[in-house]
Design a binder for this molecule. Structure first.
Ligand SMILES: [Mn+2]
Length: 269
């Protein structure tokens, strides 16, 4: 309770692509981040609750509840919370014309935010520009370890192919091509969002959707992607002087990304 009297740590926090309701969500880390963070403005930039999973395999545990409780707690303690539905929580989009507000959380198709130093930012999920991101984007995010695993797999894969009378097929060459295409797709996405921000007279754009945190200038427009809480644990924050920063919560806290379920750091309320 003593935390409530402290000034908020950040002016604004932007998170997206948490995919609550799926096993992939790093909900313990996210609940921990929200519990230990405070801000004047919290933007939930889409794909927060994964409604697609309602039709497939829904997964929900206490830590998913904790995330929602932390968001409601922030709203109750004076944080302006804006929820921008993405394509995985599009079920909320049909309700937007009614001016939906739940537990003090305002829902909006897109939004805007002006930083302390006067930068006007357009805030949107980004799936509106899906037509430019057709490639398997996860390939662009494959780390060295995945590549090493793929290469050793390739060796055995071709041993089997040879036995079955098929010619050699290079997985690594195929992967390299895919990665190149995925990188190009991400670039097209960034350019499309920057163009939209410029068209609407903004200095920058905050988005998510492609699970790839980034902060750079794209053709004179500030492109800010807050990343995700599935493949990484990233958030975009605005400091009180207007300075923007990407936070990697897992790296910051030296949390092991590969043993999240064993981590009990968020288990205490
Ligand atoms: Mn999305």
């Amino acid at each position: 309770m003593s935390q409530i009297s402290l000034p908020p740590a950040y002016r604004a926090i932007f998170i997206s692509d948490t995919h609550l309701g799926t096993r992939g969500c790093r909900s313990e880390f996210l609940a921990d981040f929200l519990r230990r963070s405070s801000c004047q403005h919290l933007f939930l930039v889409g794909d927060i609750i994964d409604g697609w999973r309602l039709r497939k395999s829904w997964y929900w545990d206490k830590s998913h509840d904790d995330v929602l409780k932390q968001i409601v707690r922030l709203a109750r303690s004076g944080t302006n919370v804006t929820y921008i539905p993405g394509n995985h929580d599009e079920m909320f989009r049909t309700w937007l014309p009614f001016g939906l507000e739940i537990c003090g959380i305002k829902m909006s198709r897109d939004s805007e935010h002006t930083t302390a130093d006067g930068k006007r930012l357009l805030v949107m999920h980004g799936d509106e520009f899906d037509n430019v991101v057709r490639y398997a984007r996860f390939l662009a995010l494959l780390g060295d370890w995945a590549y090493t695993v793929a290469l050793s797999f390739n060796r055995w894969f071709n041993v089997v192919r040879l036995r079955l009378g098929y010619p050699y097929w290079s997985l690594s060459a195929w992967l390299k091509r895919q990665v190149k295409e995925a990188v190009k797709a991400i670039d097209r996405f960034e350019v499309a969002l920057a163009a939209e921000a410029r068209r609407r007279g903004f200095d920058g754009v905050v988005c998510g959707h492609i699970h790839h945190a980034e902060m750079r200038e794209v053709q004179g427009i500030l492109y800010l992607n807050d990343g995700d809480w599935v493949e990484s644990c990233t958030a975009l924050v605005e400091h009180h002087d207007g300075r923007l920063e990407l936070i990697d919560w897992a790296a910051l806290n030296r949390l092991s990304f590969f043993q999240p379920r064993l981590n009990k750091v968020a288990a205490t309320a």
